[in-house]
Design a protein around this ligand. Structure first.
Ligand code: NZQ
Ligand code: ZN
Length: 392
């Protein structure tokens, strides 16, 4: 195991009706004037936004509203939010929604207190200072409620890039699984896929002797394998929703990724798809991961065989471990299809003729050096082959 420092100070408030605590939590974490940031309207239709406003009113905390965050959130709204926060002297950003809303909130929180262009953070600069952030999560997926990360798409060039820094870890996150019961089945499935992707990206490591985090990841993958189909079959199942929501947080706050190298090639390869086609991130990952895993499997056949046996219940072929490894990848692919995810370019709405453009932006765009540096180093030729494997 490698040396590490792990700082994860978010206060998680979990369970039914917990959104009513928003006002007191903002006060506890020092907010005196709030930006409530939300998406395209689901929180208006569900009545959640009204309940959050009431909670702030009850705590005598004034607020401004900024809605309209799109999935795969854009830089233009971030600039608008930064301007609003400065003008209104906002000192706390409250995200009410999914990963897109939270990520946009994080970008606004960092950009408001920064002299330069907030995009600097999405081109490699570490976020060291930001307004405090709270979240009220409405979809179990991105894990942004517990992560130090944010992903934004810049309209010029359609670069979808991430930024990081402990300063943007939320001060609190309210996790009420009942809020996710209004999700369409497709969004629930996309969320399940993203959570499993966050686990696989950490599982694919070149660090030896990381049994504790291997086992944590396997436990969370097994939980998703069990609970995922239950929420697809029964969207009102509170307990299944609750298990998925907490697994989604644990999958990405890095408690199971410490002390080990991680992959993230699948995420980088997918981000180009959701940037260009505006597809759901989870749906893009469902198409991407089986292709990437098949392509890199030979780099560490035993690691893929291990997850195949421990999570997917494959039997170990000691004479031909590559058979077991491949069976595990195929079992994962079948699972994703069974919960309603797309399996190839066509079903995702992607086009084969765009592959050169995807590869160029992926490997060279926004200052990249021509390769991806995850579990396996992938150059432009590798990435081209991987995208081609998604066309079948
Ligand atoms: O905009 P509204 O109307 O709220 O609708 C949303 C949106 O259309 C809807 N939705 C959310 N909660 C709902 C609901 N509809 C009904 N009932 C509810 N309770 O679902 C749609 C998707 O929402 P979005 O926030 O985009 O989903 P998600 O949480 O999957 O976030 C995706 C974004 O997070 C990024 C992705 O790349 C993508 O841009 N990621 C962020 C990460 C991070 N910050 O750590 C890590 C991830 O790997 C990921 O890259
Ligand atoms: Zn993700």
């Amino acid at each position: 195991m490698e040396n590490f420092s792990f700082y994860s100070p978010t206060c998680f408030v979990f369970g039914k009706d917990t959104e009513s605590q928003a006002g007191e939590l903002v006060r506890r974490f020092g907010g005196s004037k709030v930006l409530i940031h939300y998406g395209g309207g689901s929180v208006v239709r569900s009545g959640l936004l009204e309940r959050v406003k009431k909670s702030l009113d009850d705590a005598s905390i004034p607020y401004e509203l900024l809605g309209g965050v799109k999935p795969n959130p854009r830089s233009s709204l971030v600039y608008e939010g930064i301007e609003l926060c400065r003008k209104e002297k906002i000192d706390f950003v409250l995200a009410v929604g999914g990963g897109s809303v939270i990520d946009s909130s994080k970008a606004i929180a960092a950009g408001t207190v920064y002299d330069g262009d907030f995009w600097d953070f999405y081109s490699g600069k570490l976020i060291e200072e930001a307004l405090p952030i709270g979240t009220i999560l409405t979809i179990a997926a991105a894990g942004s409620e517990g992560s130090p990360d944010s992903v934004i798409t810049k309209e010029e060039g359609m670069y979808k890039r991430g930024a990081t820094g402990d300063a943007i870890r939320p001060k609190f996150s309210i996790l009420n699984p009942a809020l996710t019961q209004t999700l369409p089945a497709f969004q629930s499935a996309a969320g399940i896929t993203d959570i499993m992707a966050h686990l696989y990206e950490r599982y694919l490591t070149n660090t030896k002797e990381v049994e504790v985090t291997d086992r944590l990841i396997e436990a969370l993958l097994l939980t998703m394998k069990h609970e995922g189909p239950r929420v697809i079959a029964d969207p009102d199942n509170y307990d299944a929703r609750a298990n998925i929501m907490w697994a989604g947080m644990m999958a990405h706050n890095n408690s199971c990724g410490v002390g080990r190298s991680q992959d993230w090639n699948s995420h980088d390869i997918e981000h180009e798809l959701s940037a260009l086609y505006d597809c759901a991130h989870g749906a893009g990952l469902a198409v991407t991961m089986p292709a990437v895993f098949t392509y890199v499997m030979e780099h560490d056949v035993m690691r893929f065989a291990q997850v195949a046996v421990r999570v997917w219940g494959c039997s170990m072929d000691f004479a031909h471990p590559e058979v077991t490894a491949k069976a595990g990848i195929e079992a994962f692919r079948s699972f994703l299809i069974s919960i309603g995810m797309p399996k190839n370019f066509d079903e995702l709405g992607a086009k084969e003729e765009d592959i050169p453009k995807l590869v160029e932006t992926l490997c060279r765009g926004n200052g990249r050096d021509g390769s991806l540096h995850g579990f396996v180093e992938l150059d432009e030729s590798d990435c081209t082959k991987i995208y081609q494997m998604m066309v079948f």
